[in-house]
Design a protein around this ligand. Sequence first.
Ligand code: BG6
Length: 458
Amino acid sequence: MNKSDSMTILIIFGITGNLAQKKVLPALYALYSNNLLPKNFKIIGLSRRSIQIDQIFVNSDIPQNNHQQYDNFKKIFEIQQFDSNDDQAYINLYQQFQNILQNQPIKLQLLFYLSIPPDIFKTIITKLGSNRLNQFNDQMQIRLLIEKPFGYDLSSAQQLISLLNKYFNEQQVFRIDHYLAKETVQNILIFRRFNPLFQTAWNNQHISSIEINTLESIDIEGRVDFYEHTGALRDQIQSHLFQLLTVTTMTLPTDLNNNDSIHLARHSLLANIQPMTNEKTLATNTFRAQYKNYREEVHNPNSTTETFASIRLEIQNSIWKGVPIRLTTGKALNEKKSEIIVNFSAVNENHTNQLTFRLQPNEGIDICLSVKKPGLDQKIQTTTMDFSYKNSFSNHYQPDPYEKVLLDSFRGDNNLFATSNEIIDSWRILQPVINYWQDHPENLKYYVKGQSKQTILC
Ligand code: BG6
């Protein structure tokens, strides 16, 4: 058997769901159109109800302007009706793969993509594991791709990890956080490593505070069950914002391509954040709010789910001690903006440098500088030095983060995926916030749709 004698099959649970239709299928189509999918590649979409592939495609965000390409893409698909509660369905699937192996001496790479609500994770993981769909050997290499949120709190995350450990190795589990795969986020490590100007100043002697924001103008867009059960803290802070925090502040390993070192660096950083323990600190350093009309949208007049969350924390190591870090996220705001703002210690209150990683929109980096205003007198003005991807790399292909996570999982490269240690530590840090908010529903504030972050927080 040589390297080309292999087949990759992506098996998608939840093919008719919002995520598959809006993100996963368009990303697969883009990879297909750019000839980036592995050789000998197939997709099996699993759906509870009987459905035709055309129906799935029509409802998805796959571009339909190239009919030939669109029709060819369909040919690598197979849709199966599948009851994820029924063991027999898994036995049949296993048999289907065995038949492939019996007919041709190849290596089968199978990726199970769990694009489903988290409450069904346990059932599917257990049934995959107990029906031999967890193998990792020379003939059959099975991996799992799991969407966030990974767990609901610390104890449910621990239980999920124990369940996974029962059937799968850590190396087989790919926990997706699409923020890590954004071009602008991957660039942060490169920026930090290869610009000596900033390297020496990347610590509490030169940096006075950091702000990380993922602000959205969209509301929950009908994802009622998901959001009511999740809220802004679990939906974004536990995952995206913590990952942005780690890439911004972790100690860089010597080799940025060594996945173990990267995972260790991300985890060590999180391990240095102490959870807030007393109520006074929790009251001062955490904030949550809900947009008006949310309760009508979710048909729950008593809902205390937050659609806006902001927390302030500190990293307790010698590099970052004393630097306040604020993480903020929210829906139905006046703008869509994800950014990381690094404030350098001021020479005096008017003269400081601010470095902003603009993740979206208008991806790029800007640096705020103090300069002499032209003229005969000595006036100082603030101006901005601006790098934008659009201007500097206008002709370059900028893949969607889902293209990157899919491609990396096909290659077995887990650099951009969260490990169980990172997951546990993020919940460990947030658990007291979850408890405090639960015990103090009266602290929930309200805002009107379209309000700005600043006006909500003040
Ligand atoms: C998802 C959240 O992970 O990220 C959504 O579940 C959110 O609620 C989305 O809208 C935002 O992603 P992006 O890439 O548009 O900022």
